[in-house]
Design a binder for this molecule. Sequence first.
Ligand SMILES: Nc1nc2c([nH]c(=O)n2[C@@H]2O[C@H](COP(=O)(O)OP(=O)(O)OP(=O)(O)O)[C@@H](O)[C@H]2O)c(=O)[nH]1
Length: 126
Amino acid sequence: MITVVAAIIRQDNTILLTRRKQGQWLAGYWEFPGSKLEDVETLQACLEREIHEELRLTVQAGDVVSTNIHTYDHATIRLVALETTIKEGSPVLTVHDDMAWVPVSRLLNYQLAPADIPVAQMLADR
Ligand SMILES: Nc1nc2c([nH]c(=O)n2[C@@H]2O[C@H](COP(=O)(O)OP(=O)(O)OP(=O)(O)O)[C@@H](O)[C@H]2O)c(=O)[nH]1
């Protein structure tokens, strides 16, 4: 199973969502930015590196917020969401085609990657 690490980045009572661009699998769907975990690194190190690559943001990844398993047609993923704090910078798009700072209560109004729906639900219920 593939482990995907995703960042819950908060600012002013909103959370950052990014949209997958055309030509990618799940194009047009919104997700929490992140990436597949590579073998030899911690969840936190993976996420900090990827968020810097994808969004030019320096972040500190913290506790696990949720873990859930989702089966797509071609793969099953374990999606691990981590509470993440911005240390420096503002997000710059490099691999996504849009981003939005979204109040928790509105996350489910976005067309989320299916694996992310339970995460958004859990955040909204807290
Ligand atoms: N980053 C991220 N990926 C997610 C989320 N939810 C979800 O289902 N995924 C899926 O998990 C995989 C994440 O890996 P990735 O971001 O490195 O994928 P990618 O398509 O850019 O890379 P690839 O071309 O190597 O497959 C993708 O297939 C993505 O659609 C999420 O919230 N964040």
